[in-house]
Design a binder for this molecule. Structure first.
Ligand SMILES: Nc1ncnc2c1ncn2[C@@H]1O[C@@H]2COP(=O)(O)O[C@H]2[C@H]1O
Length: 267
């Protein structure tokens, strides 16, 4: 400690004040960014900013010592380092199959690995024969289906209104608002899907506002695409008497790549 104080005396005192000011800036800036939802408290950035802030304020105390402030700064450093270490160890253990990783990137918007792992652990992969219904019009939906290979017919009042090729969500409208299904979704080919029960999905997002918002955004975007495509079909039908809206627009309206380049099928 004496050595530190002796070394500190050789430096201009303004330097310590500057360190303190920058530290305060880091403290306030990181908290502001967190509250403004610009950064997440669950990543590395927030504890790293806090670590920097506390280290700088601690440095400033060398010339203006205050015991209580020193205790706070040291505690902050220990807590930040502890949190980052815990996160690193937890992340290092996470593994995904190639299929899970591809789905995480292309359908789940690169969902945070820990959350995605929890989700996959609560979901099941199902290989479905043609003709199987995932959801039935007018009935409650108990799971979100992520169609990863194959295709589904969407049937309303007994009439096929479109065919959705993989990758796509099925049942997302009911999952979003809890209402009964607006159509029946029936596998047209041998289809591979990830089935995520609604209760399990709720358990994953419980208390995790950022994940809830991210997933709601993904499902809303998928719904918007489907509505846009349905509108196109209606417009073309009204204009020409033909009901085809053309294929989905990969990369624009739905993820660019699936497990295989599934041919887009007109509705
Ligand atoms: N016009 C449409 N185009 C594509 N998919 C649809 C369309 N209408 C309904 N679906 C899908 O069929 C599902 C039926 O259950 P949901 O209403 O929960 O969610 C619906 C969508 O996933």
């Amino acid at each position: 400690m004496d050595a530190i104080l002796t070394a500190a005396e050789t430096l201009p005192p303004g330097l310590f004040n500057l360190a303190g000011m920058i530290g305060v800036g880091f403290y306030l800036g990181s908290y502001l960014l967190l509250q403004a939802a610009v950064i997440k408290g669950t990543g590395y950035l927030y504890p790293a900013l806090n670590l920097t802030a506390s280290a700088l304020v601690l440095v400033s105390l060398v010339t203006n010592f205050n015991l209580y402030s020193a205790i706070v700064q040291i505690s902050w450093i220990v807590i930040s380092l502890g949190g980052m270490t815990r996160r690193y160890i937890a992340h290092r253990r996470i593994r995904f199959t190639d299929e899970e990783e591809a789905l995480r990137q292309h359908m789940l918007g690169g969902l945070e690995p820990l959350v995605a792992r929890r989700m996959f652990d609560r979901a099941e992969w199902v290989d479905v024969e043609p003709g199987r219904d995932f959801v039935t019009q007018g009935e409650p939906v108990d799971a979100l289906w992520v169609l990863w290979d194959g295709a589904v017919d969407i049937i309303v009042e007994g009439t096929r209104i479109t065919t959705m090729p993989a990758p796509t969500f099925v049942g997302e409208l009911s999952v979003l608002n809890g209402e009964p299904s607006i159509g029946t979704a029936r596998a047209t080919d041998r289809t591979r899907v990830l089935r995520l029960p609604v209760k399990e999905l709720q358990a994953v997002i419980a208390g995790n506002q950022a994940t809830r918002l991210q997933l709601e955004g993904l499902l809303s975007r998928a719904s918007r695409y489907k509505l846009g495509n349905a509108n196109l079909r209606i417009a073309r039908f009204l204009a020409t008497g033909e009901g085809e809206a053309g294929p989905p627009r990969p990369g624009l309206d739905q993820p660019a790549r699936g497990p295989q380049a599934a041919p887009a099928q007109p509705g």
